[in-house]
Ligand binder design. Structure first.
Ligand SMILES: Cc1cc2nc3c(=O)[nH]c(=O)nc-3n(C[C@H](O)[C@H](O)[C@H](O)COP(=O)(O)OP(=O)(O)OC[C@H]3O[C@@H](n4cnc5c(N)ncnc54)[C@H](O)[C@@H]3O)c2cc1C
Length: 310
């Protein structure tokens, strides 16, 4: 495997980046663990992260299934620990969004809005992105409508409506209910969350759960709140909220992969130059422990392949 990860001429030059030419896209639990294990093998990857190191897990109320934390730990705290461990290995961190990854002549070209980078091996650890709501969000209200709750974790005394019926909807509700009133809207009756989350929410007087309640319109209210039009059992009701959160499912985030890569994914994976780890390919099985394990496994395979090349 060749040595240097370079920036192309013709675009903004950032200089030569030290280390092996392994790029990790995303610094959530999967990317973090890959980076740590790669570093332990003497490979210094370059990591691209458009948001905060820690990823989606920062939203989690109580992580009870990640080993080492009897009694559980909040997602934010666990991510704080992940971040410290990640930073201790001083990886090259590019705080930008990857907008395109292409593959030509045995080399990946990775584009951010400001530069182009080259790598021999790419690890895609970009997780998932929320499905698009099917209700129009008025321009003036976009700063009060969310698909993750990190931006409103400090909210207090507010009314927050959450749309969804899965783990995320109930986990968000439990988290936000500490200081707020929360209403969960399920458009049907079917639940797709863990029983333990549902039971905890039902035992919480600050969480109201409504079934057969579909959000049909979002409008600004004179009071400054958001007026939510809700169709419930044949009636149309208006609920006034401070914030609205959509927890309506997530899809893999691979929009940055060029067609050439999508069409040759299996071949590139067989060659050991393209890897997918964590939620981005987790399907229904999206958990931190899985993401972390896959990060380590992939890093070990990359290191083994390098040793084989030498
Ligand atoms: C409310 C909630 C509660 C949860 N509770 C638990 C729990 O109790 N136990 C558990 O095991 N799991 C839990 N999870 C799931 C857990 O958060 C995920 O399984 C885990 O975060 C997956 O890690 P990942 O690294 O694969 O993806 P992510 O955490 O999604 O990280 C992906 C990272 O890639 C970055 N990225 C994406 N695209 C780009 C791009 N183009 N350019 C640059 N950066 C990019 C993102 O900004 C993000 O930081 C919960 C999730 C939610 C939402």
């Amino acid at each position: 495997m060749r040595g240097i990860f370079q920036v192309s001429a013709g675009r903004r030059r950032l200089g030569v980046i030290r280390g092996d030419r392994v790029a990790v896209i995303g610094a959530g639990p999967a990317g973090i663990s890959a980076v740590i294990q790669l570093s332990r093998s003497g490979i210094r990857p370059t990591v691209f992260e458009e948001g905060e190191v820690g990823g989606l897990l920062r939203n989690a109320n109580l992580v009870e299934n990640y080993s080492g934390f009897p009694g559980g730990i909040s997602g934010m705290e666990l991510c704080g620990l992940f971040r410290r461990q990640f930073e201790a290995f001083s990886p090259e961190l590019i705080r930008e969004r990857v907008v395109r990854v292409d593959y030509d002549g045995g080399v990946f070209a990775i584009n951010t809005p400001s530069a182009e980078y080259f790598a021999d091996v790419v690890v895609v650890a970009s997780g998932t992105i929320s499905k698009k709501p099917d209700v129009a969000i008025p321009q003036g209200l976009t700063d009060r409508v969310f698909t993750e709750i990190v931006p409103i974790m400090g909210a207090s005394g507010k009314t927050i409506v959450i749309v969804g019926a899965g783990d995320a909807a109930f986990d968000y509700a439990l988290n936000l209910s500490r200081k707020n009133r929360v209403i969960i809207l399920n458009r049907g009756e079917r639940l797709s969350c863990l029983g333990v989350l549902f039971d905890r929410a039902m035992g919480n007087s600050r969480i109201e759960y409504r079934t057969n309640a579909s959000l049909t319109a979002i409008n600004p209210a004179k009071s400054g709140k958001i007026a939510l039009e809700i169709s419930a059992n044949g009636d149309i009701l208006t609920e006034f909220a401070d914030y609205l959160v959509f927890a309506i499912g997530r899809v893999p985030r691979t929009d940055f992969l060029a067609k050439k890569i999508s069409q040759n994914t299996e071949q590139l994976m067989r060659e050991g130059v393209l890897h997918f780890i964590g939620d981005v390919h987790g399907g229904r099985f999206r958990q931190t422990g899985i993401a972390v394990g896959e990060g380590i496994l992939t890093a070990m395979k990359i290191a083994e392949r390098r040793t084989g090349d030498e």
